[in-house]
Every structure is written in structure tokens, then in C-alpha cells.
Design a protein around this ligand. Structure first.
Ligand SMILES: [Zn+2]
Length: 90
């Protein structure tokens, strides 16, 4: 079955866990979703029609420009969440 998918969102979903660990951001659902929301609001969506399962398997599947955009936006998003977490740290 064909599906409409957003490559940018899939990439963020796939890598957010790794990114927040590397950036030492709180790993609760709230902070993780905040990082994703900030990234997806700042980045262009990239919709494709596909009948594939996973669009990406690993970072090397990305083209270099897209990868650079992701890394830049991830850096900005984790800083925002780190500096202003919506809850106190336990
Ligand atoms: Zn948190």
C-alpha cells in the first residue's frame, strides 16, 4: 500500500534517541518530543509517496546536505531543551 511519508520526520524519529544521549539531554518522553518538535518546526518537510517500510536504515543513507541540515538543527534543538527543560531534573 502506498503511503505519504515525511522523510525529515522519519529521520528525526530514527535518530533522536541517539542524539539526546550524545548531547546529554534528559531522555524522558517530554524532552525527547520537545527536541523533535523544535527540529520539525525549523526544518522543511520532505514528503514522498512510498510503499517501502523504513525509509532509512542508517545515517549513511542520507545525502550529505540533508545530513548536515539534520545535524545543525539537532544541535540547536538540544540546546533549547537543555537550557529550558519543562520540568525539574530529578
Ligand atoms: Zn525530561
Amino acid at each position: 500500500m502506498k503511503q505519504l511519508r515525511n522523510y525529515t520526520e522519519e529521520a528525526v524519529r530514527l535518530f533522536v534517541d541517539k542524539w539526546i544521549v550524545e548531547a546529554d539531554v534528559c531522555q524522558c518522553d517530554s524532552c525527547k518530543l520537545d527536541v523533535m518538535a523544535i527540529m520539525l518546526n525549523n526544518m522543511e518537510p520532505h514528503y514522498v509517496v512510498t510503499d517501502q517500510g523504513a525509509l532509512y536504515a542508517q545515517m549513511s543513507d542520507f545525502d550529505p546536505q540533508h545530513k548536515a541540515d539534520l545535524m545543525t538543527n539537532m544541535g540547536l534543538a538540544v540546546q533549547v531543551v537543555k537550557n529550558r527543560p519543562k520540568h525539574t531534573r530529578e
